[in-house]
Design a protein around this ligand. Sequence first.
Ligand SMILES: Cc1cc2nc3c(=O)[nH]c(=O)nc-3n(C[C@H](O)[C@H](O)[C@H](O)COP(=O)(O)OP(=O)(O)OC[C@H]3O[C@@H](n4cnc5c(N)ncnc54)[C@H](O)[C@@H]3O)c2cc1C
Length: 410
Amino acid sequence: MNIAIVGSGPAGCYLADQVLRLVPEAKVDVVDRLPVPFGLVRYGVAPDHQSTKAVSRILDRVLSHKQVNFFGNVDVGRDVTIDNLLDYYDAVVLATGASRDHRLGIPGEDLPGVIGSGEFVAWYNGHPDSSPPLVENVRSAVVIGNGNVAIDVARVLAKTPAELAGSDLSSEITQHLAAQPLESIHIVGRRTGSDVKFTPHELAELGTLQRARAQVLDKSQLSGGAPILETFRKFEPRTDAPVTIDFHFGMTPIAFSGTGRVERARFRCADCTERELAADLVVTCIGYESLACCNESPTNGIFKNDDGKVRDRLFVVGWAKRGPSGVIASSRNDAQVVAQKIAKEVTAKGGSGGESLRNQLVQVGVRFVDHSGWKRINAAEIARAGEQRCRNKFTSRAQMLEAAQDSGAQ
Ligand SMILES: Cc1cc2nc3c(=O)[nH]c(=O)nc-3n(C[C@H](O)[C@H](O)[C@H](O)COP(=O)(O)OP(=O)(O)OC[C@H]3O[C@@H](n4cnc5c(N)ncnc54)[C@H](O)[C@@H]3O)c2cc1C
C-alpha cells in the first residue's frame, strides 16, 4: 500500500508511524512545503522550551524508517496537486495544520505593530516565509489571549539574553528584543481568572523570570476555588523588577488606534465600562485556521471529515482535522484513529507511489530535499550554533537547499 501524507508536523509523522504499525508492508511518503520537517515543533513551540522541541527526535525516527520517504520543499498546490497524489498513491492524508491566524475583526487590526501570534512566533522561530513585524520602541506590549501561546509570547518578550542562552532564538532577534525599552506586558483575556486556559506549569514559569514581575493587580479577580487561581496567588511581590507582566480578565478588545502604528488598545470590560492600555506592540493569540489545499477548502477552519475521512481515499489528521487545540501528543491519538480507518478501508491498487511523484518533481524542476538532505541541514545548523545557542537556524529556503545539496536535494 502506498500512502502520501501532506505535512511533516507531529500529525503527519505520527500517522506515518501508526500506518506502519498496522500495515507493515506499507510505503509512506511524507511531503512538506518546507525543506525541513516537524511543522510547529520547529516553528511554533517556543525557542526556550527545548525539552518540548525534543519530540522532534521521536518524529525524526519515523522519517528515517526505511519505508518512509521525506519529500521536503514540495508544496502541494503549487508543485503537485492532491489529484496527482491520488493518481500515484492508494490514499492521501492532509496533515497540513492550521497556519492562518484568526482575526478579531475590529478597527485598527491592520495597523503596523498589531500581529497575530502565528506570524509573531514564526518570526522569532526563524520561519523562512515570515517577515519581521514592527517591534520598535516597545515600552508596553499587549498580548491578547488566555492560552499557553500568550504565555510563550510574554515570556520570550520578557526574558533577558542570559535567560535565553541554550535556546534556538537567533542572536539577532535576542538582541533586538533586549534593545526594546520594555516596561510592561499586559496579558488580556475575555475570560475570568478561573476560566483561563493556561496550564499551571507554564503560568508559574512567568513568576520566575529575572527582570519581570508577574501580577494580578485586581485581587478580587482571584477569589474562587479553581486550581489555576492558586498559581496566580503564588506570584511573589517584587520591587526589583523593571518589567511588569499584568494579567487582566474579563476584557474584550474593541479597537486599536495610533498614528502610523499602534499606540493604544481599547477594551470593553465585563462591567460594561471601557478601558484603554498603551500598546506599542499587540500580539493576538486567539487561535488559527487551516488554509485551503488545492480544491479542498476548510469549513470553519478545518477540513470537514468523518472521523478523519474527507472522501474516498482522502483523509485528514491533526490540526487540519480537529482544529488548533490540544498538545503535540493529541495528534498521536488522532493518528491512531485515522490509521485504523486507512488500514480498514484502503486497498493497494499497485500504483507506483513515490516513483511517480519523484518523476513529476524532476520534470517540473522542483529541488526536493530527502531525509538525508534534512540531516545535512540539521547538522549544519547545529555546527554553526555558537556557544550561546543549541542551533542557529537557516532562515531562507536558499540556505537550506544549499546545506542539503551534497546529500539530498535533487
Ligand atoms: C505558538 C505555538 C506554540 C505551541 N507550543 C506547544 C507546546 O509547547 N507543547 C505542545 O504540546 N504543543 C504546542 N503547540 C501545539 C502543537 O504545535 C500542535 O499541536 C501541532 O504542531 C499540530 O500538528 P500538525 O501536524 O497538525 O500541524 P503542524 O505542526 O502545523 O504541521 C503542518 C505541516 O504541514 C505543512 N504544510 C502545510 N501546507 C502544506 C502544503 N500545501 N504542502 C505541503 N506541506 C504543507 C507545513 O509546512 C507543516 O510542516 C504549539 C502551537 C503553537 C502555534
